[in-house]
Design a binder for this molecule. Structure first.
Ligand code: SAM
Length: 332
């Protein structure tokens, strides 16, 4: 996945007045601060701007993955109004308009004036009028009750910055103002983000939502010890990232967990690939989450040539519909 050119250009512009040394130092320092404190609340404005803009390609990729899944589950639906909660630099508004260019209103709730300034500044580079006209509300998501309802509400990489009790209240409050779908996304390099998503999913089930991805509420599953439910999206590194990280690889894998809750059922599926497929000489091992729980299937080229060809095309996070011949290989 690659950033839209306009956004990549907008981010590069942010760094024209920051030396690469400052940026490299800021990213190292802020990564550590985020890891230990769960937020960057005490950081100075220049460093925060640098880090936020620098992180955008990864979060953009995660949000785009989730919205693409939402579009698959509700192929005939087109949102008109977006609410981005804990919007940061506005990553979600860029991702949403890429998928649904006809979106006609965007509201961003954010409590950091530095983030709002960065977000607004980035939008000046957009050609899409809805992005340019996004409305930025300086508020704490915990005690803001939206005055309106929105077709699509996104809380991305922000929920885990709140304590558990507040998270449940925020989910309830914003789901009440969602007319169609709510997407919650968390970083998942470690199990922490996945745990926040599990809790959010449980809360949304109690609120009567349809969990349309990644795992419907009718599937029961327990992951093996040491594993957590997450997915990854490969992001092409920008020139800037390669220089700052002194990275040889032209890409990185953004790991994330998510839940999509809708007011109505989406298109159904029988299973989802929940780990990267393991390809060996002559066989592929797939780990699926299906109605019956977690299922490991081994697809051999010799014994199951047709299924093997299908398995070869599957990627981590893909779904299998009820007629997929691979399902016949589930043994329990
Ligand atoms: C890691 S950033 C993610 C930004 C953006 N959603 C994204 O995915 O790129 C988390 C953002 O949530 C904001 N935030 C944290 N707690 C908040 C609160 N109580 N109310 C509003 N915004 C909050 C932070 O200021 C920060 O900009």
């Amino acid at each position: 996945m690659k950033l839209p050119q306009e956004l990549e250009h907008a981010i590069e512009q942010e760094f024209t007045h920051i030396s690469l040394k400052t940026l490299a130092h800021a990213t190292k320092y802020l990564r550590e601060e985020y890891r230990t404190q769960g937020n960057n609340a005490n950081t100075d404005a220049e460093r925060l701007t640098a880090y936020a803009a620098y992180r955008m390609p990864g979060t953009f990729a995660a949000i785009t993955h989730v919205l693409t899944e939402l579009q698959r589950r509700h192929p005939d639906w087109v949102p008109a109004r977006l609410l981005d909660v804990g919007a940061g630099p506005g990553t979600a508004l860029w991702a949403t308009t890429k998928i649904w260019p006809s979106l006609n209103s965007i509201t961003c709730i954010e409590n950091s004036p530095v983030m709002i300034a960065l977000g607004k500044h980035l939008t000046t580079h957009a050609s899409n009028a809805t992005i340019q006209n996004a409305s930025w509300v300086h508020a704490n998501m915990r005690n803001t009750t939206p005055s309106d309802s929105y077709d699509l509400v996104i809380i991305s990489y922000a929920l885990s910055e709140l304590p558990e009790k507040a998270r449940n209240q925020v989910i309830q409050n914003y789901f009440e103002h969602t007319t169609h779908s709510l997407c919650i996304i968390e970083p998942a390099k470690s199990p922490r983000g996945s745990r926040v998503i599990e809790e959010a999913r449980a809360k949304l089930v109690r609120l009567g939502a349809h969990i349309i991805a990644p795992i419907p509420k009718s599937f029961t599953y327990t992951l093996p010890e040491g594993q957590w439910l997450h997915f990854a999206e490969r992001v092409e590194r920008t020139h800037l990232e390669r220089v700052v990280k002194k990275a040889f690889r032209p890409y990185e894998d953004e790991k994330f967990s998510y839940v999509i809750a809708s007011r109505s059922e989406g298109t159904s599926y029988a299973a989802r690939v929940i780990l990267p497929p393991q390809t060996n000489r002559g066989y592929i091992t797939l780990t699926l989450c299906a109605k019956e729980g977690i299922q490991k299937i081994v697809v051999t080229k010799k014994r199951h040539p047709k299924a093997y060809r299908l398995a070869k095309k599957l990627q981590w996070g893909d779904t299998l519909d009820a007629h997929n011949p691979l399902l016949a290989l589930i043994t329990n």
